[in-house]
Design a protein around this ligand. Structure first.
Ligand SMILES: [Zn+2]
Length: 331
């Protein structure tokens, strides 16, 4: 099976973690934010090129994309290019997530940000026939007022490019419950819900996320510690968005041989495989799948099951979902 040519689906992918390195380099130079550094050296600052020793080292990579994602033109271009890069490895459907409030440093309004990203996504669909959708993120360390506002301001884009709502950031100190009202509002408004939970070992965050109406869980690795929870995830068909290489780099599990992806699949949990941050993690869906086949003995049948899970768990509208399912069915 040629993994690169295999049609693929990306459900967990942060826009700011996927900015093309060459573009970031060009834009930072133009802005005068970097000087006297060669592209190849910059690549080491933007991506984890070898071993990653800590979460801090990982998070440091996000300092650069934030600087170049503050204008309409750049947001549109970056979104378009991320989808172009995905298309090059035959990703047929992608959900990109981002926190609109992180792109207001130079005065862009919420609507300007949304319209730019949506435009980039629509242009990519015209050029490459890749279907895209957006998930809005609220930062979990911000107060509830803030997350409610993200959901409220984004509401008018539902069905026009936006499909989901999520919270991200420091999971250990800021459990999903803090944002309960935001999730209730979002669910009611028609957003699909995914919540980063159980990435750093906190089982209760996964229970909370389910209670808050999560349709999918971001990462969910900690579920391995709780048999009942695993059964619940399988029974209720709550898909897990796993991101193996990112999880390895941030040391989400102490020993990678204990990474539970195979166990989850064997327990009929709807596992999906994703990149999290293509540039920061220096990865692609091809690499993630090959990594899982090599390290965790996933076979071709497992990979096809994962793709089927991704199609089923996608937040696409019915038309698009049928298109994606057909593509996967015909592999
Ligand atoms: Zn994530």
């Amino acid at each position: 099976m040629n993994i690169e040519r295999l049609p693929k689906i990306e459900l967990h992918c942060h826009l700011d973690g996927c900015v093309r390195v060459e573009t970031m380099y060009e834009l930072l130079k133009e802005q005068g934010d970097i000087e006297n550094i060669e592209l190849e050296d910059f690549r080491n600052l933007a991506s984890i090129m070898g071993e990653c020793n800590s979460l801090i080292e990982y998070l440091e990579r996000f300092k650069y994309p934030g600087k170049v994602m503050q204008t309409k033109e750049n947001l549109e271009r970056i979104t378009y290019e991320v989808l172009e890069d995905m298309h090059r490895e035959n990703v047929v459907y992608a959900e990109l997530r981002f926190a609109p409030y992180l792109h207001m440093e130079k005065g862009l309004s919420f609507d300007e940000i949304m319209e730019s990203v949506i435009k980039g996504m629509e242009r990519a669909r015209e050029s490459f026939d890749i279907i895209g959708n957006l998930i809005l993120i609220a930062m979990r360390h911000e107060d509830e007022e803030n997350s409610i506002n993200v959901a409220k301001q984004g509401e008018k884009y539902l069905g026009k490019g936006v499909v989901g709502f999520d919270i991200a950031g420091n999971e250990a100190d800021f459990p999903p419950k803090i944002h309960e009202k935001a999730f209730r509002f979002a669910k009611e408004a028609g957003y699909k819900i995914t919540i980063h939970a159980g990435e750093t070992g906190v089982v209760s965050n996964i229970y909370d996320a389910i209670e808050l109406g999560a349709d999918r869980i971001g990462h969910g690795i900690a579920a391995i510690k709780d048999k009942l929870l695993m059964e619940k995830l399988a029974d209720e068909k709550i898909a897990l968005e796993m991101c193996p290489i990112s999880n390895m780099q941030t040391k989400s599990v102490e020993n990678m041989k204990d990474y539970p992806i195979k166990t989850f699949l064997d327990k009929d949990i709807e596992v999906t495989i994703n990149t999290d941050n293509r540039t920061v993690s220096n990865t692609s869906l091809t690499k993630e799948i090959e990594f899982c086949m090599k390290e965790f003995d996933l076979n071709e049948t497992d990979i096809l099951k994962v793709l089927e899970n991704s199609a089923n768990a996608s937040f696409a509208n019915e038309d698009d979902k049928n298109k994606i399912k057909n593509i996967i069915r015909n592999i």
